[in-house]
Ligand binder design. Structure first.
Ligand code: ADP
Ligand SMILES: N[C@@H](CCOP(=O)(O)O)C(=O)O
Length: 292
């Protein structure tokens, strides 16, 4: 099997999922990127180099999430993993609700595909998105990381689909120092929710699409949630406090993904940051994972 010999680099965006009412469905890509570079080596050796976020924490072997995603993609394409050097420059903080795991998964899949000369024929975008969802377990972050912009993701009998929207919007992220793993935050959600809460979220999620496309003045009511943020508050009380304070003052703020980062639509909001939190002023990224 021949592989692309020159080093291949993929940039993959962070993502913010849910956006308030769109639990496991709405997402947006953020202009904060991880960069992954792979170079094929003779033999079967795997070298993993990591700098930036997660540098001292993530494994540097087959257990590394990018490598696992690459292996799944190679397997779907029917090719063995070649010897590889993988260099990861990580800018997306881990376990903060900014889609670092989805970026690792989508980036790994797109990187593996780019190393195989007929990769995009063997693994099209739809199949790559499906694979990323199957690894991640929910489609909202991987949709945004793969396609960019604002994404509406849904599943029909385990098959994912997506509608991408072109939206430009300024966003500010308030990132606390402490992490909350997504699987822990998901474990706090009840199996059933009141019908009235489901109905309220359906209305707000529909309104949010309109607000993002045509009427930003509606963002405050459109970002109201009753399905997940409240249940997760005990795991991130300071985030919940900031969220409530901002919303009372009319700032459209949400918990980003499973938290604990708070995302607000708009710029010029840095004064809201509690002491010790990092403020990231950014915007919706129109491009998803890209070979550069
Ligand atoms: N770039 C990466 N390389 C390797 N592992 C990663 C990477 N990004 C995320 N991970 C793994 O995923 C975990 C975070 O995933 P998760 O709890 O879903 O939070 P997030 O909201 O950041 O996606 C990290 O602790 C790490 O194990
Ligand atoms: N819909 C998911 C989103 C998780 O996003 P992450 O960036 O926190 O991994 C959820 O709410 O669990």
């Amino acid at each position: 099997m021949r592989f692309v010999e020159a080093p291949v680099t993929v940039q993959v965006p962070a993502s913010s999922a849910n956006l308030g009412p769109g639990y496991d469905s709405l997402g947006l890509a953020l202009a904060v990127h991880d960069e992954l570079t792979a170079e094929v080596l003779p033999g079967e050796e795997l070298r993993v180099e990591v700098s930036g976020e997660g540098e001292g924490d993530v494994p540097r072997d087959e257990e590394h999430l990018v490598v696992q995603a690459m292996d799944a993609a190679f397997s779907l394409m029917g090719v063995p993993r070649p010897g590889l050097t993988l260099r990861c420059t990580n800018r997306i903080p881990h376990a903060r609700g900014m889609g670092s795991s989805s970026a690792a998964i989508v980036g790994g899949i797109v990187l593996a595909r780019a190393l195989v000369p007929a990769g995009t024929e063997l693994l099209g975008d739809g199949a790559a998105y499906q694979l990323a969802n199957d690894i991640e377990g929910h489609p909202d972050n991987v949709a945004a990381a793969m396609f960019g912009g604002v994404t509406i993701a849904w599943t029909q009998a385990a098959v994912v689909d997506v509608q991408r929207l072109d939206v430009s919007a300024p966003v500010t992220l308030f990132v606390p120092q402490d992490a909350v793993a997504t699987h822990v935050a998901r474990g706090l959600l009840p199996v059933q929710v009141p019908h009235a809460d489901a109905a309220a979220n359906a209305a707000r999620a529909a309104l949010l699409v309109a607000a993002l496309l045509v009427d930003p003045a509606r963002l405050l009511p459109a970002t109201e949630d009753r399905l997940h943020q409240g249940y997760r508050a005990p795991a991130m009380p300071d985030s919940h406090k900031l969220l409530r304070q901002m919303r009372v003052e009319g700032v459209p703020a949400v918990i980003s993904g499973a938290g604990p980062t708070v995302l607000a639509f708009g710029h010029g909001l840095a004064d809201w940051a509690p002491a010790g939190w990092t403020v990231v002023e950014t915007e919706v990224a129109s491009r998803g994972a890209t070979v550069v």
